[in-house]
Design a binder for this molecule. Sequence first.
Ligand SMILES: [Zn+2]
Ligand SMILES: [Zn+2]
Length: 242
Amino acid sequence: MKLKVLGSSSAGNGYILQGERQTLLLEAGVPIAAVRKHVDDFRTIVGCLVSHSHGDHAKYIADYAKAGIHIYADEDVCLSCKGVHVNSLTILEDGDQFRVGGFRVMACSANHDVPCLGYFILHDEMGSLAFITDSHDYQYSMTDLQHLMIEVNWSEELLRQAVDEKRTPWFVAKRVRETHMGLHNAINYIQEEVSLDALREIVMLHLSYENSDPRVFTEEITKAFQKPTFVAAEGLEIELKR
Ligand SMILES: [Zn+2]
Ligand SMILES: [Zn+2]
């Protein structure tokens, strides 16, 4: 299974899980043209899982649905999908388990300022994967997890610096702290809830432009867990081995 990153920031999020015969999309926050560059035959796309209603994750849902891609998302997202036929949508709730082609998926609530879902995904070609974004912390334990995609948006040091230098207003910093996963929350979560035995790699998602440092974050996560660690950015491709 290949993971291809189309975008991973507040400018737009999109990820492709591309198997031998089937492709699953995560998020609809990048234009469909970006998906077309990687998928010749859209009939191989079994669906698109969307985390929440913010534009950087959901802006292009109508275009995806028009192209015949089935959308899986919570009620908050589906209610905001004007012009999308109800047959193109599956409304999810926390704890729902379902199949999308050969992918088995479980939706698990995240902690953001709007309803938000993380996804736990199984497929014969990759084993297990967790996708957690836009969530200041996370409460689910992950045993036997092989692939972790997790938001690492900010660090306290850089956020404080941005406020001191007046690049970020204090109320924006407050929202960031309360709604997005910081470096130390991510490290704490992985330490406490993720069993590392089977974990092959960690992919850091949705790094902030102002409040993150990809090099430092990679060093810190690598030091903490001794696993290959990647920064999700447009163009990144990783082979997700079983
Ligand atoms: Zn976001
Ligand atoms: Zn968001």
